[in-house]
Write a protein that binds this ligand. Structure first.
Ligand code: AMP
Ligand code: GLY
Length: 418
């Protein structure tokens, strides 16, 4: 089979590495891919958001199955366009991807179908939003409706921060059309859990749970990032909570999407808060999380491509989805300055990090030139270790990180320590 993978981060690297293990696979193309992916796939310089470019590519290359991994192409309808060309895909349609691309849609869906989430109000008028914020007890959460490269959420500790976030979205248009409407939400507290789940719209199969570390610095300090590290499973996510989530959140969500005529097929990401009142949804994403995928997928024992094909064919109930016992710890090595501005182009020295048993180094922002790797993004590497328990996985991941270096390399030293 010839496989096409859309995207070029750590998530796409772990997906590529698992797809490459399937004996049916003869060739993998990645658009655009990255340095690490280029060792397993032919990378072609077409951006994941260039849907016309992707369609032209499939006109000249025989593709048996495509995996659309990032949010932007899914929201732009890449799956609809590829399927219309006869290319079978893993990933939701544009209509189903709305569960991530409009936070207002997601909130209204949860209200209509009684899925537990934070209280909220929707605003399209800046003055009304500012008056509501002024009258609210902080902290409150300000969210741009649309996709904002992971930067559209502010947890405002006081009115000034709320005001700045509202002005940035609605007046300064920092996120363009994505911030024309906003949500102001009740701030929930509790432990956060990510659950990724395969679903074909009929069956939903949760993967091993995980815990992202979104803030830039140790002790959960500093600005939000795309994610600085992950552990899996999440120690706070008990089997009892998992059962409750299946009953109150997971099944109701896929049923709600079916009733709305937006059947979701692909990987559905549940961002949950374990509150005193039970688990509540913070956000849905219409795809694998990054870096959650780099920690969760290495624990998967079943063949990823077979599961993805079963999702596409709506035969997930017939397909085993098994995960090994044990734990993952994934530490992101980032460029100095990330999530703000940063420099790129620095050579990466991996030492012998990759030789540690159980360690895999997924490339997030790298490029390769003449057999050498250079930094090319904010998040550069996702270093994952799998072992029988979290402590052993954690010490292996940090041992590997200690052998890697590039100019300005920065990482959190407390992944899995909280
Ligand atoms: P998101 O971009 O939606 O993942 O949000 C980023 C982070 O903001 C989440 O991981 C939470 O830590 C936090 N957050 C979002 N919504 C809420 C909420 N209603 N209450 C508390 N924290 C929130
Ligand atoms: N790590 C969070 C996300 O992928 O949205």
């Amino acid at each position: 089979m010839n496989i096409l993978i859309i995207g070029g981060g750590g998530r796409e690297h772990v997906i590529t590495s698992l797809i490459a293990k399937n004996p049916k696979v003869s060739k993998i193309y990645a658009l655009p891919g990255n340095g690490g992916i280029s060792q397993l796939a032919e990378c072609v310089k077409i951006s994941a958001e260039d849907i016309d470019g992707i369609i032209s590519f499939v006109h000249t290359h025989a593709i048996d199955f495509a995996i659309v991994a990032p949010d932007d192409p899914l929201a732009l309808g890449a799956v609809d366009r590829l399927e219309a060309e006869g290319v079978k895909c893993f990933g939701p349609t544009k209509k189903a991807a709305l569960i991530e691309s409009s936070k207002i849609f997601a909130k209204k869906l949860m209200t209509k179908y009684h899925i537990p989430t934070a209280g909220y109000k929707i605003f399209s008028d800046i003055d009304k939003a500012l008056s509501h914020a002024a009258l609210s007890d902080c902290p409150i959460v300000i969210k741009a409706d649309g996709l904002a490269k992971g930067k559209g959420v502010t947890v405002a500790e006081n009115f000034q921060q709320a005001k700045d976030a509202i002005i940035s979205c609605m007046k300064d248009k920092s996120f363009g059309a994505s911030g024309e409407k906003i949500l102001i939400e009740e701030c929930l507290s509790g432990h956060e859990v990510t659950v990724l789940a395969f679903t074909d719209g009929k069956t939903i199969v949760p993967m091993v749970s995980s815990m992202d570390h979104k803030r830039a610095y140790d002790g959960n300090k500093g600005p939000n990032t795309g994610g600085m590290g992950v552990i899996a499973p999440n120690p706070y996510y008990t089997p009892e909570i998992a059962d409750e989530c299946m009953r109150t959140i997971f099944l109701p969500t896929i049923n709600a999407m079916n009733k709305e005529g937006r059947t979701f097929k692909g990987c559905l990401y549940f961002g949950l808060m374990l509150t005193n009142e039970g688990p509540k949804v913070i956000e849905y994403n219409c795809r694998f999380g990054d870096p959650e995928a780099e920690a969760v997928l290495p624990l998967m024992e079943s063949d990823l491509l077979d599961v993805m094909i079963a999702v596409r064919e709506e035969k997930l109930s017939d397909c085993p989805v098994k995960f090994r016992k044990g734990a993952s710890c994934c530490v992101v090595c980032a460029s100095a300055g990330y999530p703000g501005s940063y420099l790129t182009g620095y050579p990466i020295d991996f030492g012998d990090a990759g030789k540690i048993p159980g360690v895999e180094i997924f490339h997030a922002g790298t490029k390769s030139e003449d057999g050498k790797f250079f930094t090319s993004g904010g998040r550069v590497l996702a270093v994952n270790a799998v072992d029988d328990d979290l402590e052993s996985a954690r010490s292996k991941a940090y041992e590997a990180v200690s052998k890697i270096s590039f100019d300005g390399m920065r990482y959190r030293s407390d992944i899995g320590g909280c």
